[in-house]
Write a new protein. Structure first.
Length: 353
């Protein structure tokens, strides 16, 4: 544990914290709390701690407390109450747009965050993507003979040839994309989300509803449900499934029809650690930090040059690798933020039946 003087001395010596961020750090330390990073938990949080948080902390002396899970309502409440507890938060990319519109996020300071080497799709005015993953079709390997596993959302909806209970996410997003794919809509036509497409997706989801045993709301649920055989198929987060596979659970997944997304870092408005958060984002997208993601095999780099260092085995776990990306649906966060806001009330009514 570093005390205040040691923290500031170390950070200054490394040249990683500006005078402004030191002032921010001093004010934050005066509040008697460390820098707090919040993420979604599970395999993702473990990956981020190993690849980003611990190395940055050891290099700068900046104490970091890792907490979970991310909660959008809490971010808004903290900012509105002028009592910000989280200094850097991993969010779904759609919250970049919802949060900025609500006025609860700091704009990314690109004088600190050097992101020119990052693909423009992974850097926005209010958030930066530091890793990649996907929402995938996952399945219980005991339920399907080898070579006859489900390989698409069309298969997920095909209860005759692929019998058994299923599980889907409680949010509208991911379900919209999966349902349209099952309905035969080409990947490049899923967006923009028109009223007609929304209605089509809801109608398709109505078809599968009798076979949905669990609408999950925690990323830990799908691998557990699949492992126990409570469901045979589930929409799940890729990192959680890779984690379960590594533990020997009878689960697997496919990147075909996967909904590829990035993990976005945002800074809540009013954090006393504002500049430290910017320095940390900057560190997370360095070549060194991004390459640490490769051997961990859960979530891939957002930096193309880091992804290029993967060997053949490691590339299998990266949704953005060319061999996988060609079969995926690229999640459009800006469109998702729009349709989620406009159709959330209708979605809640759908869930209630």
């Amino acid at each position: 544990m570093f005390n205040r003087r040691e923290l500031l001395k170390s950070a200054t010596a490394m040249g990683l914290l500006s005078a402004t961020s030191l002032g921010q750090a001093q004010r934050a330390m005066a509040q008697n709390r460390p820098f707090i990073f919040c993420s979604f938990g599970g395999a993702l949080s473990e990956t981020e701690e190993k690849a980003f948080m611990t190395p940055f902390s050891e290099m700068t002396g900046q104490e970091i407390l890792n907490v979970s899970p991310t909660n959008y309502a809490k971010i808004k409440a903290m900012v509105e109450a002028n009592a910000v507890e989280w200094d850097l938060v991993n969010v779904g990319g759609q919250f970049i747009y919802q949060g900025s519109e609500a006025g609860v996020l700091e704009p990314i300071d690109y004088s600190i965050v050097k992101a020119d080497h990052l693909d423009p799709s992974w850097r926005t005015e209010y958030g930066v993507y530091t890793s990649t993953g996907a929402s995938v079709l996952a399945f219980n390997t005991d339920a399907f003979p080898s070579g006859q596993e489900p390989q698409s959302w069309e298969d997920f909806w095909n209860v005759k040839d692929f019998p058994g209970p299923r599980s889907l996410y409680t949010r509208m997003y991911y379900n919209y994309e999966a349902a349209l794919s099952a309905a035969g809509v080409p990947r490049d036509e899923i967006y923009p989300a028109t009223d007609e497409k929304i209605e089509m997706a809801l109608a398709k989801l109505e078809e599968i509803r009798p076979h949905i045993a669990v609408w999950w709301n925690s990323g830990a649920q799908p691998p557990q449900l699949l492992s126990t055989g409570e469901v045979t198929m589930a929409l799940a987060w890729s990192g959680r499934i890779f984690d379960a596979m590594a533990e020997g659970s009878p689960v697997s997944m496919t990147f075909k029809d996967a909904i590829a997304w990035g993990n976005a870092y945002v800074v809540p408005k009013g954090t006393p650690y504002r500049d430290v958060a910017m320095e940390l984002i900057n560190y997370c997208i360095t070549q060194e930090a991004q390459e640490r993601l490769v051997p961990l095999g859960t979530y891939g780099p957002s930096l193309a040059s880091a992804a290029a260092t993967a060997d053949e085995q490691q590339a299998q776990f990266m949704v953005t690798h060319p061999d996988n990306a060609k079969d995926t649906i690229l999640f459009n966060d800006k469109e998702v933020a729009r349709y989620w806001t406009e159709w959330e009330e209708r979605w809640q009514k759908f869930l209630l039946g």
